[in-house]
Design a protein around this ligand. Structure first.
Ligand SMILES: Nc1ncnc2c1ncn2[C@@H]1O[C@H](COP(=O)(O)OP(=O)(O)OP(=O)(O)O)[C@@H](O)[C@H]1O
Ligand SMILES: [Mg+2]
Length: 226
């Protein structure tokens, strides 16, 4: 089943002299359960693409369909709801809410929808990520690796259609990087989680099923590895 499809996605920032074409005709189809690494030089458009796939930003032209929904047609409110329920986002800097406990951070997407977490799912995530004894702590009381685990738990609380990760290990040492990638692999294998992961690290890219290379806003290579 195709979970993601983009057709001719273009993104132009700015006007006139300062205009930048960050994406220049991206066509991409991703099957449910694929683990795709996105690689390319700095400034090639990787983060811009992830933002558009996650409906954080809109394309200048072209279409993006996620889980059967043409996300370009959503207004700002519906885009926010869609993002919360269908997209898991992980960044290099964990983007946790500093004044809320770990527990509250994790269930925040559900709280915003006035929903309660499913106890079993919540506990399984927390256990898998090994953050059981940090639930009452505040983000600043955690190490970088632990904060990233909390961000991953938050990203998975809604069982997202796709998980988008932008350099999730960019701020971590080797050991923690490996642990975070292993955890993503675990979600990928056990839950058939679809993952799109941007990385500069060749070793991490080689963990994926497929490597998509972007240059100057275009896909120049797309290799299925398994
Ligand atoms: N909000 C913005 N306004 C203007 N230009 C932007 C904006 N966001 C990105 N760009 C430009 O779009 C191009 C692609 O940027 P993008 O952040 O997607 O690159 P990237 O591949 O993620 O790079 P890096 O590996 O350094 O994170 C760059 O030339 C960048 O300067
Ligand atoms: Mg980037």
């Amino acid at each position: 089943m195709e979970i993601l499809k983009c057709n001719g996605v273009q993104k132009v920032f700015g006007k006139g002299e300062s205009q930048v074409t960050a994406l220049n005709g991206i066509d991409l189809s991703v099957e449910k359960g694929e683990f795709v690494a996105i690689v390319g030089a700095s400034g090639s458009g990787k983060s811009t693409l992830l933002h558009i796939l996650g409906s954080v930003d809109k394309p200048t032209s072209g279409s993006v369909i996620v889980d059967g929904m043409d996300i370009g047609t959503l207004n700002a409110t519906d885009a926010a709801i869609f993002r919360r329920r269908k997209i898991g986002l992980i960044y290099q800097f964990y983007n946790l809410i500093p004044t809320l406990t770990v527990e509250k951070n994790i269930v925040m997407p559900l709280l915003l929808d006035k929903r309660k977490p499913e106890k079993k799912h919540y506990e399984a995530i927390v256990r898998t990520l090994g953050i059981q004894d940090k639930l009452k702590a505040l983000p600043h009381q955690l190490s970088g690796g632990q904060q990233q685990r909390v961000a991953i738990a938050r990203a998975f609380i809604y069982r997202p259609a796709i998980l988008l990760a932008d350099e999730p290990t960019g701020n971590l040492d080797q050991r923690n990087s490996k642990e975070i990638i292993d955890l993503l692999q675990l979600f990928h294998r056990n839950l058939k989680q679809t993952i799109l992961l941007v990385t500069h690290d060749e070793k991490i890219a080689l963990e994926a099923d497929r490597i998509v290379t972007i240059e100057d806003g275009k896909i120049i290579d797309d290799q299925k590895r398994r």
